[in-house]
Design a protein around this ligand. Structure first.
Ligand SMILES: *Cc1c(COP(=O)(O)O)cnc(C)c1O
Length: 415
């Protein structure tokens, strides 16, 4: 199946190009360009790459793997994650919960946002069989208990799983996630004690930050978690070591997956807490290599290319965060072999902030009308699109070739 057909994604891609590609999986991006000659940005999902990465992670990690849905909620992507063996989903909004429940009636869904709407807590608990909730404050604990204590909700007669999100000191991650969420150790200790008698399952969770290249960040965080657990004096059932596992970008070369897992295994042994279960919530690592966007050049001015997608489309992280993504020219006829040069991109909107400095390496003779594949956009690309300035006509196809960059440890096994 090649296109989004069934349930709407949280932010569904349009289908207008898809009609011409119905039922088709293209063997490669270049074949797709020859067939469709897309004049709108086209998202190319590689389900095989995503399934392999998910399967590699599930095999390497000694615990339950929760896919962080926010990273890419496209149904084609979720199905590929499922096909790779993932059965748990980390959701942060009621729309994500509804989407996952619709696609996978048997999935285990966990509500891992520390600040939730009351209605979302109720609906998840009552209608979608969600039992686990994360929190990082006393007021959120009170909110959850009030909602689950209402007569309708209390009828279920079960206690929730409660997870305390621990703030971490700054790590080497590209994107810090402890400034906004997480209880400091003293507060986390108090919350663990308060939650224990109320919880069917008690957990401690953290996130080292997204695109964290240093395996030692997990060791340090797990050590801190161990200190917090011991100081609380209560029994903990689950340690959730979050996401943050990196993928390869042109200027970022992560150590192999195995290096992260050895640190995690060693840190787990050092905790000496037999019976403690481990969970992880990878997002980027499972899907980052699994999608590209194919854009078309609308004008060239010196070494700046005006393209039909930008920071209000799939390329948000190439703007303010200055991520570099791999790029390649897709020409139906053989190139003249022009040497590579460094280019920047302007997106299609009228906003002067819609600029991506890269640099993106492309043959020096790139010109108006050419197609360019921009890779490694499976994570935080597709899902950050907006309709700003009317540029919302992207579509999705599936392709079966390899990722533009391999992340060590996640490569598909040769078959
Ligand atoms: C975003 C997020 C993740 C996924 O992070 P990645 O860096 O994509 O692996 C996992 N857990 C929580 C709570 C998150 O907010």
């Amino acid at each position: 199946m090649s296109l989004i057909e069934s349930p709407t994604a949280v932010s569904p891609l349009h289908r207008h190009i898809s009609l011409r590609a119905e039922g088709k999986t293209f063997p490669s991006v270049i074949e797709m360009v020859k067939t469709l000659r897309p004049e709108e940005p086209l998202h190319c999902v590689r389900p095989g790459v995503i399934s392999s990465a998910a399967s590699a992670f599930c095999t390497a990690f000694n615990g339950d793997v929760l896919y962080a849905v926010k990273c890419n909620p496209e149904p084609a992507v979720l199905r590929a994650v499922w096909d790779g063996g993932v059965r748990h989903f980390d959701c942060a909004s009621i729309s994500e919960v509804q989407l996952v429940r619709r696609l996978f009636p048997g999935a285990e869904i966990h509500f891992m946002h520390p600040v939730k709407a009351r209605s979302a807590i109720r609906e998840a608990w009552m209608h979608h069989n969600v039992r686990d909730f994360v929190l990082d404050s006393e007021s959120e604990l009170t909110k959850i208990l009030q909602e689950l204590g209402k007569p309708e909700a209390a009828k279920l007669g079960t206690k929730p799983g409660l997870f305390i999100r621990l703030a971490l000191p700054e790590t080497g991650a590209a994107i810090n996630l402890s400034k906004k969420f997480g209880a400091e150790p003293e507060a986390a200790i108090a919350l663990l004690r308060a939650a224990r008698p109320l919880a069917a399952k008690l957990g401690l969770a953290f996130h080292v930050g997204s695109q964290c290249l240093d395996p030692l960040a997990w060791r340090d965080a797990m050590q801190l978690a161990g200190e917090v657990i011991r100081a609380s004096g209560v029994q903990i059932d689950v340690l959730d070591i979050g996401g943050g596992f990196p993928v390869a970008y042109p200027d970022m070369n992560p150590p192999p997956l195995g290096d992260f897992m050895s640190e995690i295994d060693a840190a787990y042994d050092a905790l000496q807490m037999p019976g403690l279960k481990l969970w992880a919530e990878p997002g980027r690592a499972l899907v980052g290599g699994g999608a590209s966007v194919v854009v078309q050049v609308q004008m060239r001015r010196d070494n700046m290319l005006y393209i039909n997608d930008g920071v209000y489309g799939a390329l948000a992280d190439a703007g303010a965060l200055r991520f570099r993504f791999p790029s390649r020219l897709l020409r139906a006829s053989a190139s003249q072999g022009a040497p590579d040069a460094a280019f920047g991109f302007f997106g299609p909107s009228c906003d002067s902030l819609d600029v991506m400095n890269g640099p993106f390496l492309l043959p020096d003779d790139v010109a108006e009308g050419d197609w360019i594949e921009i890779g490694q956009l499976g994570a935080y690309g597709t899902c950050l699109r907006t309709a700003f300035n009317g540029f919302d006509r992207a579509a999705l196809v599936e392709v079966s070739d390899r990722a533009m960059l391999e992340t060590p440890g996640y490569e598909p096994s040769e078959s």
